[in-house]
Design a protein around this ligand. Structure first.
Ligand code: UDP
Length: 328
């Protein structure tokens, strides 16, 4: 297939591009490089531009015979979304509407959309099922949920088939060690822990130890970025084979507390990473664990890097060899 990856120079997008190339597909990338990195692209044809720009969208769809779209292009910082909700509604919803309009103009019928566990908010049940209540506790989750709803109506009206994939905690790096996570500023747990291991920060702050969990720290379901990539391709193939539009959770179905993650990282790195308890971070639910049974059963998804140790090993390999991330 010839696949357009929007936001393909970002963390998950770049692993998607790598995975598609490894599996013999042609890849076109559209990224405004606002948070993405050119050097994260191991191949493909890059267009630098914004999803809000109809001219570049028409150029991409005219110059390439695109079979399907995978859309990662979004702002994704929960804290920032609370402070600046309009930026999130404008960028995350507005851009996707523009992309869908362009798909319509060029008669493209398949899209896999990058959604999030943040669509659920504070969960009713653990593990979380796709049909559980969605009540986002921040504008980021709200913007993704809104797009899921827009996709549903676009399917009905225009026959655009979609799969929305709700990721839990994306982490790890490509096993080749050449691409990985590089956010500025970094806010995610595993890269922060590894930065502390590398002496780039003095310690890691554990946000709250008074949650209703076994050791009092938040529990999350960590899923390897290359496993997320494999699920996208399976989802696309299912749509191409006539599958209906659907939503799937992607996680490993296993929860680790923040303290447990720090312990595993100490073991993997052999470094006694310093950790200190700090106040809770606003908007953090105590426990988020996915049921990914639906993706396993219907997509035939088989996560390969499903041990936290392996996940952290891959991230460690990347961080150790790219002390300052990608070239800026
Ligand atoms: N966390 C933490 N210290 C940090 C960064 C994150 O204790 O410096 C916690 C955070 O409160 C959450 C978990 O680690 O419970 C995972 O956070 P992350 O930002 O990586 O992902 P999120 O769960 O927000 O998607």
């Amino acid at each position: 297939m010839n696949i357009l990856v929007c936001g393909g120079a970002g963390y998950i997008g770049s692993h998607m591009v790598a995975y598609l190339l490894e599996n013999g597909h042609d890849v076109v990338i559209l990224d405004n490089l606002q948070t993405g990195h050119k050097d994260s692209l191991l191949g493909g044809k890059l267009y630098i531009g914004d999803l809000k720009d109809n001219e570049i969208l028409d150029k991409v769809f005219t110059e390439n015979k695109i079979d399907a779209v995978i859309d990662f292009a979004a702002n994704s910082l929960v804290g920032e979304s609370v402070e600046n909700p309009l930026k999130y509604f404008d960028n995350n919803i507005g851009s996707t509407i523009n992309l869908l309009e362009a798909m319509n103009r060029h008669n493209i019928k398949y899209i896999v959309f990058s959604s999030t566990a943040a669509t659920y908010g504070e969960p009713e049940n653990i593990p979380i099922l796709e049909q559980d209540k969605t009540f986002p506790t921040n504008p980021y989750g709200e913007s993704k949920l809104a797009v899921e709803k827009i996709l549903k109506w676009c399917d009905k009206a225009y026959g655009i088939k979609y799969t929305a994939l709700r990721y839990f905690n994306a982490c790890g790096a490509h096993i080749n060690g050449n691409i990985g996570e590089d956010h500025e500023p970094e806010s995610h747990l595993i890269p922060i822990i590894l930065q502390a291991a590398l002496g780039k920060r003095e310690k890691i702050m554990i946000f709250g130890d008074d949650y209703n969990t076994e050791d009092g720290t938040c529990v999350r379901d960590y899923v390897h970025v290359s496993d997320l990539a494999s699920a996208h391709l399976l989802a696309l193939k299912r749509l191409k084979n006539g599958g209906e539009s659907k939503i799937y959770n992607l996680g490993n179905g296993k929860g680790f507390s923040v303290k447990e993650v720090v312990d595993v990282a100490r073991k993997v790195t052999g470094i006694n990473i310093k950790a200190e308890i700090a106040a809770r971070r606003a908007g953090d639910p105590a426990t988020l664990i996915a049921s990914s049974e639906k993706a396993i059963k219907e997509l035939g998804w088989e996560p390969k890097f499903n041990s936290l140790e392996t996940i952290i090993e891959t991230a460690w390999k990347w961080h150790k060899n790219h002390l300052n991330g990608y070239e800026k």
